[in-house]
Design a protein around this ligand. Structure first.
Ligand SMILES: [Cu+2]
Length: 841
């Protein structure tokens, strides 16, 4: 598309516009501004800084572990503390460092890289950050009470049930991790909508930077991969708190259910960590080879294939639990197959370097470390994918070595490459060349000398997670070497972080685009203004800055797209999903207390829960509901014009009137996540059914009686009433929504009552048998959805009364109706599982 610009803008007018943009987008001054900030630049940097703080905490724990293992019979920690440190180390690195840090990179970079002003849901991003911070602190606060979790980062039952872990340590883990995971899930929604809808005009899906592709696949993997873990944590927590029996063999439960749910998340997790890092590599390689990436399409295909394959591998963590041989063969083959797309990416990067004129600067140095380390980890990965070999080294230090090669090689080296690559953009300065090179060599040699020997100690029979080992094993010299080298690795990591922190203050001022990169984020001036681009760029290439020399300068003139700030609102552009054609002007919300307050309320709610003060939790739930309603009420703008002048010759609708509104896609993605949660629960039901002979067990008699059919009919009324709301609104405007959505809410209440009676009559108390536990949970899970749909429907009806919703702005009505349709469909499935299935089983 051609770029619409005014002829010339007088310099005076341009300066006035830039000042107005800064006023609209800057955070409020002082500490108040810090607490209310929602801008993606601020939130993204916070994610990154907090992630590094947790890296240091998790790293400090590992130093204690290494000291304990330095020689046989050591007593640096007592066995209990040791188990706590091992658990917290793994948990921190996986949940509080690896995933959040890459989300931080994505939140900071994607709007800049894709040519937008901000993420589509600024307050949601800030909310996720506070949940992440409070969840992490919650997890660590267990140490203060002397009740840190000690069941390993995988929390296997029965070790972690109320019998074998009676304290609160496991609860701190389950609740803290789930709290922190809110951030992962909200980030997934935010990033998917950002990448699909908010790219610069002209950036069709084939011109998207590879980091955005990697994040898109990753965000979808989070959407499908985290729900099984979240569900498993919830099930285990209600087993511990309320005496349900999902995992208790004596009453029809199965501990392996936990392992399946955990690894259904846990394996994709490895790729959730690796794919963003691969995206970073693709960006850095192209810049330092000084040519476009080779095999762009192949890399995209490899990313997508990896995303799919990684969900078919989880059982390879369970080769030793006694699974049919045919299944073992399948998962073994799938585990080896995933090496293929990864190999394709490695070859594409090498080919790019081969065909280009490589420039060995510090970010490239870290990539060399990545290539060597990651390929090593990949090779041992193929080895442990072989079932007999896995039986040999299972739960030994060989596996510890393998996973550190994959995770540190696949995440830390590319992430440090990315850190040094984008540091000049974020700080406007250049880091110290000598310090960063020294730190690299410390990290590189420290890492290999720590973990290479562990392959050997593992083959010699040293088991993982063990507190100590006998002298006769003959591995003490190797262990001493590992420990010593571990400290070199730690010192190198600290040096990198010190280097990065110093750079913001004392670095040598850098010029714009110091690496001469080709992607949009480098068009920005340093330090980056809060609004990113004065007028949004239009692109026609994968590397727009290489092709269009004047582009960077033009984005600093406020005479193009959305350059006119006279509306006084935060505005960004929405484009079509495939073609990148401008479709809508998205009006974003500004600084707000809501994200912080909501996260604080959740923290208090969970603290009450863990203290066993359930009344307090219930009270906080009411407060939270009120806060979410206030939050939602302040979105939208009933005075917004139907269309906005987006540029000199471009008039676009605001998002409330657009079919592809970000809010609509946020609903779609949220329902995907919720559907995955629901599917995990249904999986749990059928898994437990497979494990018992009598389902339901003898005294219980579930079935589809008259009450159950009446409940189903009422659910149908909910759906019909909400589906009619669109038609009534077209005739009578927003006020006409009260009738259909009110009827839906009433029918919903009736459904809840009838369903409660039907389940209660056919099912025993949840603690009696795993059958009763899972049926009550399934019914309760769906009941929560009905309640949410009722609240949302009534809320939208009230909004219709006040003029926020109507024929001109149908978005909220569409959301309410779609939510009811989803809840009804989920209800039909849950109903069939609860009331019909036992009649056939
Ligand atoms: Cu795996």
């Amino acid at each position: 598309m051609s770029e619409a610009r005014m002829d010339t803008l007088p310099p005076e007018e341009n300066r006035r516009r830039l000042e107005a943009l800064a006023r609209i987008w800057d955070n409020a001054p002082g500490w108040r501004g810090q607490l209310t900030a929602v801008n993606h630049g601020t939130v993204g940097l916070r994610f990154i800084a907090t992630g590094f703080a947790f890296l240091l905490a998790g790293g400090a724990l590992s130093m204690f572990i290494r000291l304990q293992l330095a020689w046989p019979g050591n007593q640096v920690l007592d066995p209990e503390r040791y188990a706590q440190f091992v658990t917290l180390h793994g948990t921190t690195m996986m949940f509080l460092f690896a995933v959040p840090i890459m989300e931080g990179f994505a939140m900071y970079l994607l709007p800049k890289m894709l040519g937008a002003r901000d993420l589509p849901f600024p307050r949601l991003g800030a909310f996720g950050y506070w949940c992440y911070l409070f969840g992490g602190l919650f997890l660590y606060s267990g140490l203060l009470f002397g009740e840190a979790p000690d069941g390993g980062w995988f929390m296997y039952v029965p070790l972690t049930d109320a019998t074998y872990s009676p304290g609160r340590g496991v609860d701190f883990w389950l609740i803290g991790v789930t709290f922190a995971e809110i951030a992962a899930v909200t980030a997934a929604v935010e990033l998917i909508v950002m990448i699909l809808l908010c790219r610069a005009p002209g950036m069709d899906i084939r011109r998207m930077p590879l980091f955005a592709w990697a994040m898109l696949v990753t965000a979808f993997m989070i959407a499908f991969g985290f729900p099984p873990l979240i569900l498993g944590s919830i099930l285990l927590e209600i087993q511990r708190a309320f005496g349900f029996v999902f995992f208790d063999v004596a009453r029809g439960g199965d501990p392996l259910l936990w392992q399946h749910l955990f690894w259904l998340f846990g394996h994709p997790e490895v790729y959730i960590i690796f794919l963003p890092a691969a995206g970073v590599v693709s960006m850095v390689v192209a810049t330092f080879a000084r040519r476009p990436i080779v095999g762009y399409l192949w890399i995209v295909l490899a990313l997508v294939t990896t995303g799919f394959l990684s969900f078919g591998l989880w059982v390879h963590h369970m080769f030793a639990v006694g699974i049919p041989l045919l299944a073992l063969a399948f998962f073994s083959a799938a585990s080896m197959a995933v090496a293929i797309p990864t190999g394709i990416q490695v070859f594409a990067w090498l080919a790019t370097l081969w065909a280009g004129r490589p420039w060995l600067r510090v970010p490239m140095l870290y990539l060399v470390g990545f290539f060597i380390t990651f390929v090593g980890g990949g090779l041992t990965g193929v080895m442990v994918a072989l079932v007999p070999f896995d039986w040999q080294v299972h739960d030994t230090h060989f596996v510890v070595a393998h996973l550190h090669y994959v995770l540190i090689g696949g995440l830390m080296f590319p992430m440090f490459a990315g850190l040094y690559y984008w540091l000049p953009l974020a700080s406007g300065r250049m880091p110290s060349e000598s310090l960063s090179r020294t730190a690299f060599w410390m990290v590189f040699t420290g890492f290999h000398l720590t973990f290479l020997p562990m392959h050997l100690t593992g083959l010699l029979g040293m088991t993982r997670r063990a507190y100590s080992y006998p002298e006769q094993l003959g591995v003490h010299w190797l262990n001493l070497l590992s420990t010593a080298a571990g400290f070199v690795l730690a010192a190198g990591t600290i040096a990198i972080l010190v280097d990065a922190a110093l750079c913001f203050r004392h670095g040598r001022p850098g010029r714009r685009n110091p690496w001469r990169a080709g992607t949009l984020e480098w068009a920005l001036s340093h330090p980056v203004p809060a609004y990113n681009f004065a007028s949004l760029p239009v692109v026609a290439d994968r590397y727009p800055l290489w092709r269009d020399r004047g582009l960077a300068a033009r984005t600093m003139e406020a005479d193009g797209l959305l350059g006119d700030p006279s509306s006084g609102r935060r505005e960004s552009l929405g484009t079509s999903i495939l073609g990148g054609v401008p479709e809508q002007v998205i009006r974003l919300s500004g600084s707000s207390w809501q994200p912080l307050l909501c996260a604080l309320t959740i923290a208090v709610l969970l603290a009450c829960f863990i203290a066993g003060f359930y009344l307090g939790s219930a009270l906080m739930l009411v407060v939270l509901l009120g806060q979410f309603c206030t939050w939602a009420w302040t979105t939208g703008d009933r005075h917004a014009p139907a269309t906005v002048q987006a540029g000199p010759r471009l008039e676009l609708p605001v998002q409330y009137a657009c079919r592809n509104a970000p809010g609509w896609w946020a609903l779609v993605v949220s329902l995907l996540i919720d559907g995955s949660l629901f599917a995990s629960l249904v999986f749990a039901y059928f898994y437990l059914w497979l494990g018992t002979d009598a389902w339901p067990p003898a005294p219980m008699h579930a079935g589809a009686g008259a009450g159950a059919w009446a409940a189903l009919a009422l659910l149908g009324v909910c759906w019909i009433a909400s589906a009619t709301s669109a038609r009534l609104m077209r005739r009578g405007g927003g006020r006409a929504l009260a009738l259909p959505l009110g009827v839906a809410a009433l029918a919903g209440a009736g459904f809840l009552w009838m369903q409660w009676r039907a389940v209660a009559s056919g099912t025993g108390a949840p603690g009696e048998h795993a059958y009763a536990s899972v049926v009550w949970t399934l019914a309760g899970f769906h009941a929560v959805h009905v309640a949410v749909a009722m609240v949302v429907g009534l809320f939208v009806a009230a909004r219709g009364q006040r003029g926020y919703v109507g024929v001109e702005r149908p978005l909220e009505q569409r959301i309410a109706a779609a939510l009811w349709a989803y809840v009804a469909a989920q209800g039909v499935m849950a109903w069939g599982v609860i009331h019909l299935f036992p009649e056939w089983a």
